[in-house]
Design a protein. Structure first.
Length: 51
């Protein structure tokens, strides 16, 4: 696996474990991240149930 992609694998794996499609989860997080308050970053975690 290329080194540049290796840091995404844990997030994709965690998304899969929580019944989420990894690409959709990462896309959702990257779209929401710029608008997310620092105090609410935990809302982006896969076990919180985003698509």
């Amino acid at each position: 696996m290329p080194e540049s992609c290796s840091h995404h694998e844990p997030a994709a794996h965690t998304a899969r474990l929580n019944g989420l499609e990894p690409y959709a989860y990462l896309k959702n997080v990257l779209e929401r991240l710029p608008k997310q308050l620092n105090t609410c970053i935990r809302d982006l975690l896969p076990y919180r149930g985003q698509p």
